[in-house]
Design a protein around this ligand. Structure first.
Ligand SMILES: Nc1ncnc2c1ncn2[C@@H]1O[C@H](COP(=O)(O)OP(=O)(O)OP(=O)(O)O)[C@@H](O)[C@H]1O
Ligand SMILES: [Mg+2]
Length: 247
């Protein structure tokens, strides 16, 4: 399997010069599904935003298939490495209009069949394509948001808490859709989740980010069953307690 992303000692500072990411090195191989967990404010979203060049590191290098990000066209990079966020933002217009946004950036369009195919991948009925996107439910919007990213045929999906604002049922449905994309299409996925049960359920590999560093990475079951780092142990123990209380 090909090495898709290579991260070499990246540092990212806030605008006052305080480090948010304090030297992260890692590799993402083709076809991997990596869940990323860690305390709030530890730098997970900042890390993901660097992966599709929404921001640049202050030092260190990120490569896609060996090529440094600064040598790559930003639009092309974001086409290959697509991102979905916690709050799906629908642009005005129909579901179809929303799906056409990405391809339009490349002066491309989608046939009705391609639109139907995208809707099918996210388990939305075709009849929804003429509906006002802003009138959809939260779960439906998140499906459209996922389909909009898939319209660019990305090789890598970056997911930042994509089920966090959904009700438990919609959350599980989106989770299953994403797993299907991984299993049936071999999509490479970096998935930040604060739902540890989800991160454990879906991950092949898990990275733990704490205080701007990856303090632990390994096979998901290993990380959850035998955490090596004291901070991981505490984080997993306290977070699982909170999740149980919230149910
Ligand atoms: N644009 C910014 N300017 C200044 N500080 C920022 C900026 N973005 C993030 N930070 C700070 O960087 C740190 C990491 O934030 P980040 O959003 O990456 O954490 P996170 O792990 O995603 O947290 P959460 O689990 O709450 O989503 C925080 O202390 C945050 O306040
Ligand atoms: Mg975050």
């Amino acid at each position: 399997m090909e090495e898709l992303i290579t991260i070499e000692n990246i540092v990212k500072k806030d605008n006052k010069g305080n480090p948010i990411l304090k030297g992260i090195s890692a590799k993402v191989m083709e076809g991997e599904l990596i869940t990323i967990i860690g305390p709030s404010g530890s730098g997970k979203s900042t890390f993901l935003s660097l992966m599709n060049k929404m921001a640049d590191p202050d030092s260190g290098i990120i490569r896609f298939k060996g090529k440094p990000y600064h040598e790559l066209n930003v639009l092309e990079l974001r086409k290959k490495i697509g991102m979905v966020f916690q709050m799906p933002t629908m642009l005005s217009g129909t579901v179809r209009d929303n799906l056409l946004i990405g391809p339009k950036l490349f002066r491309q369009t989608l046939t009705e069949k391609e639109i139907d195919n995208l809707l099918e991948q996210v388990a939305l009925p075709k009849t929804l394509k003429d509906q006002d996107a802003r009138s959809l439910s939260g779960g439906q919007k998140q499906r459209v948001s996922l389909a909009r990213t898939l319209a660019n045929q990305p090789e890598i999906l970056l997911l930042d808490e994509v089920t966090a604002s959904l009700d438990p049922n919609s959350s599980l449905e989106i989770e299953e859709l994403i797993q299907t994309l991984h299993q049936q299409q071999g999509k490479t996925i970096l998935w930040v989740s604060h739902n540890l049960k989800q991160a454990k359920r879906v991950g092949q590999y898990t990275w733990v980010i704490a205080d701007g560093k990856i303090i632990e990475k390994g096979h998901t079951n290993e990380v959850f069953e035998h955490p090596q780092h004291e901070v991981t142990r505490e984080f997993i123990a306290t977070s699982f307690d909170e999740e149980v209380e919230n149910e």
